[in-house]
Ligand binder design. Structure first.
Ligand code: NAP
Length: 278
């Protein structure tokens, strides 16, 4: 039984996608095709990951019809001026070997380019038929409000870091208010040492349910209304495990005890070009 789709402003998005950052060449082809054969129907990539050709090959190797796959790519923050944005999108489609993607995101905000210009370029990509849906990533509450006002096309998603060690209530609120799905990146906090995968609260819940810590964390993500997670793995067993989330559920108390693990220093992804986080 596939997990129910998340509906957001006209888009229907699988609640689990395969993250692909750092997956290159044959490793990426293999991971993407393995995931699709294991039942994934959503692949997340970006121009910045330098793996769009491999992602495209993985789609074709899998044998899964293109129409069944939700394919998402992003335009990097250095390419947000209108002409650059258009070129980046066209180049992504060429590398992926597709005529359109299912969702195109602004990868990071860039205060040096007027948001109105970038959002207009994003809308143009949809009008040109290069993407079915549009969205944003790493946008703060204030930037979400601004982008929603500027966009003719409904934004369907804001992709941001989220896991049990990072409270994102201030971003989830505006996403829900405007009907955007919240897409959790680094949903396992990159499996970093001392992170939620090693947390004793999560380990206890996992042992009680006979599932892995990763499955508990991913179930916690997708049990929250409008939340989607995109775990990355290059390991076939873990790829399969990360989508096997329908055989158990978390009680309200378990959800709350996992959310209570959030800590002020929980954020993992904080490059110099980050916005002022909420
Ligand atoms: N929009 C943005 O700015 C942005 C930023 C960061 C990430 N992203 C997207 O989000 C995706 C996911 O985030 P991420 O790659 O940073 O980190 P992540 O998915 O939280 O963690 C990936 C790590 O977890 C391990 N792992 C996966 N499944 C596991 C399991 N079941 N048990 C134990 N370990 C497991 C993987 O190792 P193995 O491969 O060995 O399984 C890998 O080392 C990215 O790949 C990318 O597509 C977007």
């Amino acid at each position: 039984m596939p997990l129910p789709l998340v509906h957001a402003n006209g888009a229907a998005i699988p609640p689990i996608g395969l993250g692909t950052s750092q997956l290159l060449g044959d490793t990426c082809i293999e991971a993407v095709s393995t995931a699709l054969r294991a039942g994934y129907r959503f692949i997340d990539t970006a121009a910045r990951y330098e793996n769009e050709e491999a992602v495209g090959q993985g789609l074709r190797v899998s044998g899964v019809p293109r129409a069944e796959i939700f394919l998402l790519t992003k335009v990097y923050w250095t390419m947000l001026a209108a002409a650059d944005f258009e070129r980046s999108t066209e180049d992504s489609l060429k590398r992926l070997g597709v005529s359109e993607v299912d969702c195109l995101l602004i990868h990071w905000p860039n205060p040096k380019v007027p948001l109105a210009e970038t959002v207009a370029a994003l809308n143009k990509m949809q009008r040109r038929g290069l993407t079915r849906h549009v969205g944003i990533a790493n946008f703060t509450a204030a930037l979400i409000d601004e982008a929603v006002k500027l966009s003719d096309a409904p934004l369907v998603v804001n992709q941001c870091e989220y896991h049990p060690y990072l409270d994102q209530a201030k971003v989830l609120g505006p996403c829900r208010k405007h009907g955007l799905a919240f897409m959790s990146y680094s949903p396992l906090r990159q499996a970093a040492a001392g992170g939620p995968l090693e947390d004793t609260v999560i380990a206890r819940i996992a042992a009680e349910k006979g599932v892995s810590a990763a499955q508990v964390i991913l179930r916690w993500h997708i049990q929250q209304p409008g939340v989607i997670a995109i775990p990355r793995s290059a390991n076939p067993q873990r790829i399969a495990q990360n989508i096997a989330l329908e055989g158990f559920s978390l009680s309200d108390g378990e959800m709350a005890s996992i959310s209570a693990l959030a800590r002020p220093d929980g954020r993992k992804v904080k490059p110099a070009h980050s916005p002022q986080w909420d």
